[in-house]
Structures are given as structure tokens and as C-alpha cells.
Design a protein around this ligand. Structure first.
Ligand SMILES: [Zn+2]
Length: 145
């Protein structure tokens, strides 16, 4: 079952996404702290499940529509990780571009922000977002497994 490599065991796609709870926009700087607290909880849970004592790399996947400031998230990580099993781990943030789908002409197109998007192909409006709302752990590396 276990694939042992030099970089330790790499988990892919079996890490559950954590819930994105909507906090007050006023608590803007607290938003990323809450997200990072949830992430560290999820990482602790995964490490315990696999018998790992520390994590060496954390790859987060964040959609551009998720409303997460990457710098604030890194800051929250620096503030929260010392003393945890994630201390000293490399934090990578993968940005997922937002894309919407047009039902009228079956075109998928990139979008910037908002909820309703105009199809560049046929001009129809679509609220069918196919990517960009991601907020989760893409990958964890445990060096001692
Ligand atoms: Zn269209």
C-alpha cells in the first residue's frame, strides 16, 4: 500500500476538502486565519490517520473566486504553524483560475469575478461556474512515512 520515496509518502486526492464557512467581511483579516486553522486541523487529522508526526510540504488549492488573499493566508500560516506538526513545512498555494460554462453554445470561458458571466462566444449569460471556488488541500507530504 505504502509508496516509500525519498520525499516521503505523498498523498493525493484522498484529503477531504474543508468547509469554507462564510465569515463577516468586516473580519477580513480573520477570514484567512480561520481558513488556516481549519487547514491545520485537517492536516493534524490526516497525519494522525496515517501515523505521521510531521508534515514537510503542504499544497493548497485555492480558486480565484474563493475570496482568499494568498499573502494573508501565508501570514496566518506563519503565525499558527510554529509548535504544530506543520512547523517548518513548505507551504505552496496553487491558484485555480475561474471558468464558467455557457449552456447555449457549450463554450467554457475564463471569468474574473462576480456571479453572472457573459459568454464571449454567443453573448448569453451564465452563472454556471465550473472552477474557481476551490478551497482545499491538494497534497500533503509526510517525510517519516
Ligand atoms: Zn455561449
Amino acid at each position: 500500500m505504502r509508496s516509500l520515496g525519498k520525499a516521503g509518502r505523498i498523498l493525493r486526492n484522498d484529503v477531504p476538502h474543508w468547509t469554507h464557512d462564510m465569515r463577516s467581511p468586516i473580519l477580513c483579516s480573520m477570514h484567512e486565519v480561520g481558513i488556516m486553522e481549519s487547514a491545520l486541523d485537517a492536516i493534524r487529522h490526516q497525519a494522525a490517520k496515517h501515523g505521521a508526526t510531521r508534515v514537510s510540504r503542504i499544497v493548497l488549492r485555492i480558486g480565484t473566486l474563493a475570496g482568499v488573499d494568498h499573502d494573508a493566508l501565508r501570514f496566518a500560516y506563519e503565525a499558527l504553524s510554529p509548535g504544530s506538526l506543520a512547523a517548518g513545512a513548505v507551504l505552496e498555494i496553487e491558484s485555480v483560475p475561474a471558468r464558467a460554462h455557457c449552456a447555449a453554445c457549450a463554450t467554457e470561458f475564463g471569468v474574473e469575478r462576480g456571479f453572472i458571466f457573459k459568454c464571449p462566444q454567443c453573448g448569453e449569460f451564465s452563472g454556471d461556474i465550473r472552477s474557481g471556488r476551490e478551497l482545499g488541500i491538494a497534497r500533503l507530504e509526510f517525510p517519516d512515512l
